[in-house]
Write a protein that binds this ligand. Structure first.
Ligand code: BGC
Length: 363
């Protein structure tokens, strides 16, 4: 908590650094202190560096940041890096060159941006990690995300509930999938899920027929759906020629649909598969009784939280109190965590009661 306060004070003090940098003085953000300064211009440039647009959440973030930052009076500079680290590094460099006062980053690889982020920090730029942690760097003031361990716990829990609901009494044959290893969320999702599943593997309720239970074995390079589908094909032909698969842990919706496709093509009965993101295609799939569940982490709320931090900083106010903090390998980073929600056919209309675009899919 002590560290938290210090970081918040430091984050608030960045507000001093921009005007000082503009007048040629050096802003010392390391000294902290109570003076929150006068923030930065209300029409400042805000860079947003997204990892890719390959899943619906990032495509939504891309559009929402562009629209809502402009509505708030800022000059948005929103870019995506096609999952390529060097591309994201040069995009962040360019944002610094273009005088951004804030850079929001959803990293392709959480640990490969240290040089750029530390350079940005030296210039007094506010740096906010969006959805994913920025690791092993001092160049981060805050991270806004849905609890990543919590997300995994919900995924594991809904897989178990689905098995009980749809596959009778155990033991159940299952397989495990995880996300892209460069994404700091992926191991956390897996850790959260395994905290629920491992005791059930240990007591024999769940049987991972392939024996592939480590994150490294389960990971899907670059969150690539086709790679997940290819791995599922291989697992089915190698281990399930004489058995049914009952369930599969999936880190997100795209991979869940790829797993379901592979199982259908192999002539398997539909297994219980969880997901993440409440993507439109998966909402339809759940509604039609294919994918069992997803975990909703609404993009609009995460973007709104990010803009709330930016606006506080712009006015020279201290950032709001974070929900917790996490060590990123170098410093304790203030975390602003929102709560994800499990969605199944049973509660889908309730969860999306205030989301007309998703409700529209349930007809
Ligand atoms: C996000 C997920 C997304 C995945 C792949 C993760 O970091 O939290 O919402 O599905 O990246 O893009």
């Amino acid at each position: 908590m002590k560290n938290n306060k210090r970081i918040i004070a430091v984050a608030a003090a960045f507000a001093l650094a921009v005007p000082l940098a503009l007048t040629g003085c050096s802003g010392d953000r390391g000294s902290g202190g109570g003076d929150t300064g006068s923030g930065f211009p209300a029409d400042a440039t805000v860079g947003v560096a997204l990892p890719w647009l390959g899943t619906q959440n990032w495509a939504e973030a891309n559009d929402m940041f562009a629209e809502q930052l402009a509505e708030a009076g800022f000059k948005p500079l929103v870019q995506q890096a096609d999952n390529k680290v060097p591309q994201q590094q040069s995009q962040i460099e360019a944002m610094i060159e273009q005088g951004a006062s804030v850079i929001v980053v959803g990293p392709v690889d959480g640990s490969q941006l240290g040089t750029q982020l530390e350079k940005a920090k030296e210039k007094g730029i506010l740096i906010i990690g969006y959805d994913r942690l920025l690791e092993n760097t001092t160049g981060v003031d805050a991270v806004v995300q849905y609890g990543s361990i919590r997300t995994g716990e919900l995924q594991g829990q809904s897989l178990l509930e689905g098995l009980k609901e749809l596959k009778g009494d155990g033991p159940y044959n299952i397989e495990l999938f995880a996300g892209g290893p460069a994404d700091p969320n992926a191991p956390n999702f897996f850790t959260g899920a395994m905290s629920v599943l491992q005791p059930k593997i240990d007591d024999g309720t769940l049987v991972v027929v392939s024996g592939q239970t480590t994150f490294e074995q389960a990971a899907t390079l670059d969150w690539d759906n086709s790679k997940a589908q290819a791995r599922m094909d291989t697992l089915l032909s190698g281990f399930y020629s004489d058995k049914q698969i009952d369930g599969v842990l999936s880190p997100n919706d795209g991979i869940a649909r790829a797993i379901l496709t592979a199982c259908a093509q192999a002539g398997q009965d539909q297994p219980v598969v969880d997901g993440l993101d409440a993507e439109n295609e998966s909402i339809v799939s759940i509604w039609e009784g294919h994918q069992y569940s997803t975990t909703a982490k609404p993009t609009d709320k995460l973007v709104a939280k990010t803009i709330e931090l930016i606006q506080a900083a712009q006015k020279g106010e201290a950032l709001p109190e974070p929900t917790s903090s996490t060590n990123n390998g170098k410093i304790d980073v203030p975390l602003y965590e929102l709560d994800p929600v499990i969605v199944t056919k049973a509660n889908i209309k309730e969860v999306f009661a205030d989301d007309p675009s998703r409700l529209e899919l349930l007809k």
